[in-house]
Every structure is written in structure tokens, then in C-alpha cells.
Design a protein around this ligand. Sequence first.
Ligand code: ACO
Length: 358
Amino acid sequence: MGNVICGTGMFVPDNVVTNEDLSRIMDTSDDWITTRTGVKERRFVDPGTGSSDLAVEAGRRAMTDAGIGPGDVGLLVTATMTPDHLAPGIAGPVQVGLGLGNVAAFDIRQQCSGFLYALDLADAMIASGRVEVAVVVGAEVHAGFQPWSRESWDAVLGRSMSVDQADYARNSRYRSWSVIFGDGAGALVMRRGEREDEGLLATSLHTDGTGFELIWVPGVGFKERPYVSHEQIDQDAHLPRMDGGSLFRSAVRAMPEAAREVAARAGVKIEEIDIVVAHQANDRILEGVRRQFELSPEKVPSNIGSYGNTTAATLPILYHELRETGRVGPGKLVCFAVFGAGAHYGAALYREPPGRRA
Ligand code: ACO
């Protein structure tokens, strides 16, 4: 039986940062960011707010949407690459925040593909009969990754109009990835399905470990003693390194490949897919996916302009918005597709149950 999504929710922080705001603190422009990525603005949390806080809010909204209470939930899976602490992960605080009691709760660390991995695990746990209902959340707080000083943050948030030369130079050095990311969370509730021809029909998960360094954080890890040191921080080893071009090419290849695989497995043609809910890393990657499948922008929608790349949260945020606006509704065939750090990638095919509200 295909397990069914019966509720969704999202939550993004209030601070909106536009491309113009970023151009106050680094050598960039609205034109460059818009044409190269499609991002117009993104959200950032205030200090003291973690991915668990966003996850609780998104999870609560999904549970309300599903019409369920904490006692109905048997499993919580949280996907994040930006946990509140290095250890343990955010599943515990999110479980407490949602009032779930001592049900199984764990983190998935598959970055941009995290939500799909989490969904597949929840689906497998439900299919095996171990739980009836699962909450799956993707949440990220990338603000802490930004190399920006307090003065730069003040300028980005409009509290001042410029930064000194040293900050400007440092911020510009990291401009290729810092302009892409944003904070947010999305969640869904999955319950046991009743029919074979609806719900989650097929999933394919892949990892190309040779792409480990395409985007990664080289320092602050347990190969070092101690695992974090002043030296590492001075060398900016706690900041991400990204080979944008290689990621770009891999994403355009991998997402369609995984989508074809699930379509073949479920016995459907690509043309039968109503909508592709793809990871939101770059609008031009989405264009590449559209070109390969000859699908219109409506069929491979984008919301990257509003939120940037929210890593594990992009899929559930976009899916929630499409559901709220009625673009996914009864009987529609949805293809989820992801690619990201790891390099993990995959796809899933989902048939919306008939009769569900649009
Ligand atoms: N503003 C202005 N100029 C910039 C900026 C910026 N923000 N960033 C880079 N540039 C400059 C570069 O310095 C370079 O200048 P040069 O020609 O003088 O050397 C020029 O623009 C072109 O740089 P490229 O890196 O070739 O630009 P590209 O078109 O490849 O776009 C980008 C870069 C946006 C990063 C793109 O490669 C991309 O989106 N790749 C995929 C990234 C991705 O998927 N990341 C996340 C996946 S994993 C995860 O989410 C956890």
C-alpha cells in the first residue's frame, strides 16, 4: 500500500534579506544573483534561534493540518545539516517541542537530499508495520555559516548602510555560496495508506561518495585533536567550501536520472508526471531539468526567489506551498527529486489520493 501525506506545514523566520541588502556588504549585485541563481531574497533567523525551533513550528502546523494530536504520532524524523549543537541532533528538542512523548526520533544528515531520505525511512517504518503515523521535518539555519561579522549582519539587516573594507573583502571572498542560502523549515505527516495505486509509489536513493568534497566543511571534525581549534577558525576551516560548477553539472544529470528510475519502477511515463518538486539550489539547474524532460516551468516550479536554498527544507516548503495553492491536488502524480552535498541524490513518485482537499 502506498503511504499517504495527510498534512503539511512550513515556517520561515521574519528577517527578509534582499540581494540589494547583500550588495551593501560584498562585491555582488541583484543582477548577478538573479540571473545566475534566481534568488531574490532569503530569510535569516536571529541569534539564539536554531533549526529545532523552526522545525517545531513547521511540525506543529503539519500536525494541525493533518488533524492529529501528539498521541497519534509514532515516529519523528528530522533532516538538517545545521543542528543546534554538534551533538546530539535536533530530534530530541523537536520531539519535546511537539509534545510527542518518548516515540522514536532521529536525525538524518543527508543535507539537500535529507528530506527525501527521511521520507523514505518514515515510509519504510510505516510499511513494515512498526508505526502508523510519522512526522517528517526538514529544517535549516544557515545564518551561522555566514562569514559575516556583527557589523556585516547589522548592514545586511538594514541597521547600518555599509561595512569597512576588511569586512567587505572577506565577505566577497565567500560570495559564491553565501548568496545562495537561506533559513526555513517544512514538515509533513505521513500515515499508512489503504490502496496500492496512491501514496508513495516508488523511491530511489543514491550516493556518489566520490563527490564528498563538492560542498563540504573541511574543519571542526573529529579527525583533529581537539576537534575545534583557534587555528582551524583562523583558517576559516569551519566555513563551507563549494565547487559550484561541478555541483551544477552533477545536479542537472542526477535528478533526471533518478526521476527516470522511479518512473520506470512505478511503470509510468515521464509525460504522465503532473509536477516535479525538485530541490531548490539554483533556477538554472531547474531549467536544465525542464529541458531534459521538455516540461514547462509550471511543471517544474520554483520558489527559490523567495527563500534561496534552504537545503533539507526546500522540498517540504515547496510542496506545502503547491498544496496550499491547489497546484497539487487529488489524483495528481508528483515527482520529488533531490541532489546535494554528499553527494546524495534521489527521487520519489507520489500519487495524491483522490478526494483530498486541493
Ligand atoms: N556576485 C558576483 N559575482 C560572483 C558571485 C556573486 N555572488 N559569485 C561568484 N561571482 C563571480 C566569480 O568570482 C566569477 O568571477 P570571475 O569570472 O571574475 O572569476 C564569476 O562570477 C563566475 O563565477 P562562477 O562560479 O563560474 O559562476 P556560476 O555561473 O557557476 O555560478 C553558482 C555560481 C551560482 C554557485 C553556481 O555554480 C551554482 O549554483 N552551482 C550549484 C550550487 C549548488 O547546487 N549548491 C548547493 C548544493 S549542496 C547543498 O545545498 C548543501
